[in-house]
Design a protein around this ligand. Structure first.
Ligand code: UTP
Length: 479
């Protein structure tokens, strides 16, 4: 073996030798540069191969695919290629709900019944750097009158749905998957175990841990080593898009399907309002037979929230997808909307604001993942040293987002959305107090305080509407 690995190659298992060959064929000689002869640093070398094997097995298609995807995406980024080239945006069709009106109540009642065929998936692998909280976000109190933490609030909502949807028949047990990462796994498990899973049966809960991905040091997608340790590859989070591959490879989707489940509901770690919106949105999924239903809120033009958009390509491709706010304006301008991202006569952007809570129909979901293995279209966001775009300020990596799932769906897929009032559905806790205070006027703070206040506010509005409706039988006022 004439590689820089030298005699070390003969120390490897056949499986490791295969992996080395793949890496060498894909321009990764530097990983083994300057390795001392066998007998020196052998434990470090073994740990290095353990890490490589983990990185290889946790990515659909292995490290070879990762490197190839990275080369392609880095070349596109360097060339300034726009992933939306050739696509024309238009406003997709979906459902807009107004809390408490007749159709809302109809969808909500239907959704509560559907919940017995639902499974929930909470993505909770994020570090929450913007929040700057040292613990896991799921352990944060959603509000301080009761001190109920987010995961407890979520689980109590699932238990309430479980009870309400069983309608006196033998009670179903709604499953909950929590996607964790090395940053959150241990503390999530500890929080659940030390609180008896907040009332769920431990068998209802499955934790799936996402792995980080290898960092890339240059446009040739050479994997980056730790500066102080040549036997360790730098890694960073790959994003919440990992949830699809993890669910698929775990086999749990098939188990759910065989148990007669029909819906998978994805949600995030710190939205204290979400479960108020879930039943009616699930009712919409059932009534409209949506394979994909994205929960959305009205969006002000240029607001820093992605817009749900239909994109149609000149070659016939079409998809309903989240377009990040910084991409929506240029895309509109380039496609015959000279004013770009502006409000329409309603005072809002015609593109609903994506809140990243998805309801997928399980059957078509499994069918799609059987083709893709759960791989989600990725992106790369290198910070270049200068305009030549030849080197990076620091290593980068590929990332993926769970809301990009519909990108690979066939034209026949039924992809829609449900717009809810913001006060009812969306108040995430993402920003620390200092940064929240700097948010431009009129934009949401998304801080712990604003999240807490939104819960109280929503409870008050709901009580008021119920009083108008049920006690006094008065016509409803608007919020
Ligand atoms: P956020 O956008 O809030 O990102 O993630 P974050 O990483 O948690 O926080 P910042 O950006 O560092 O401040 C949205 C949801 O996706 C999950 C988060 O836990 C949150 O529920 N997530 C994010 C993952 O599960 N894995 C990831 O790799 C990233």
């Amino acid at each position: 073996m004439g590689s820089s690995l030298g005699d070390n190659f003969n120390l490897l298992s056949p499986q490791q030798q295969e992996l080395v060959k793949v890496l060498l064929d894909n321009g990764q000689e530097h990983l083994f540069r300057d390795w001392p002869a066998p007998g020196v640093d052998d434990n470090h070398k073994k740990a290095f191969f353990d890490q490589l094997t983990r990185l290889d097995s946790s990515y659909p298609g292995g490290l070879e695919s990762y490197i190839k995807n990275a080369k392609r995406l880095l070349a596109d980024s360097k060339a300034g290629r726009n992933p939306f080239d050739g696509f024309t945006p238009s406003v997709p069709t979906g459902e807009t709900l107004a809390f408490g009106d007749e159709s809302y109540i109809k969808f909500e009642e239907a959704g509560v019944l559907e919940a017995r065929k639902a499974a929930f998936v909470l993505v909770a692998g994020g570090l929450g750097e913007r929040l700057g909280y040292s613990g896991i976000k799921l352990a944060l109190p959603a509000e301080s009158t009761t001190g109920t933490c987010f995961v407890q609030q979520y689980i109590e909502s699932i238990l309430a749905l479980q009870e309400a949807s069983s309608q006196g028949e033998s009670q179903t047990q709604i499953p909950l998957v929590i996607m964790t990462s090395d940053d959150t796994h241990g503390r999530t498990l500890e929080l659940l175990e030390s609180n008896s899973y907040f009332g769920l049966q431990p068998t209802q809960v499955t934790l799936l841990k996402q792995e980080k991905v290898a960092c890339l040091e240059d446009n040739d997608a050479r994997l980056a080593l730790e500066p102080q340790n040549k036997y360790k590859i730098q890694t960073k989070p790959h994003g919440h898009g990992d949830v699809h591959a993890l669910l698929f490879s775990s086999g749990i989707l098939k188990v759910w399907y065989e148990a007669g489940l029909k819906w998978v509901l994805f949600f995030q770690d710190t939205n204290g309002l979400l479960f108020k919106a879930i039943p009616s949105a699930l009712g919409v999924s059932a009534a409209k037979q949506y394979h994909v239903n994205s929960l959305a809120v009205p969006r002000k033009a240029k607001e820093a929230i992605g817009g749900i958009t239909r994109l149609t390509h000149s070659d016939g491709r079409s998809m309903v997808i989240n377009v990040e706010y910084n991409q929506l304006d240029p895309l509109l301008r380039a496609s015959g909307y000279p004013n770009g991202d502006v409000n329409c006569e309603t005072g809002y952007s015609p593109f609903p604001g994506n809140i990243n809570q998805l309801i997928l129909e399980l059957g078509p979901y499994i069918e799609e993942l059987s083709k893709t293995g759960g791989a989600i279209q990725e992106f790369v966001n290198p910070k270049y040293k200068d305009a030549s775009k030849t080197s990076f300020k620091s290593s980068t990596r590929l990332e993926c987002m769970m809301q990009d799932y519909p990108k690979t769906l066939p034209l026949s897929a039924r992809v829609g959305f449900t717009v809810m009032e913001t006060w009812l559905a969306y108040a995430p806790v993402k920003n620390n107090a200092e940064d929240a205070a700097k948010v431009p006027k009129g934009n949401p703070y998304h801080s712990a305080t604003s999240g807490e206040m939104a819960i109280y506010r929503a409870n008050s509005i709901i009580l008021k509407k119920l009083l108008q409706l049920q006690v006094y039988n008065l016509p409803q006022t608007t919020e």
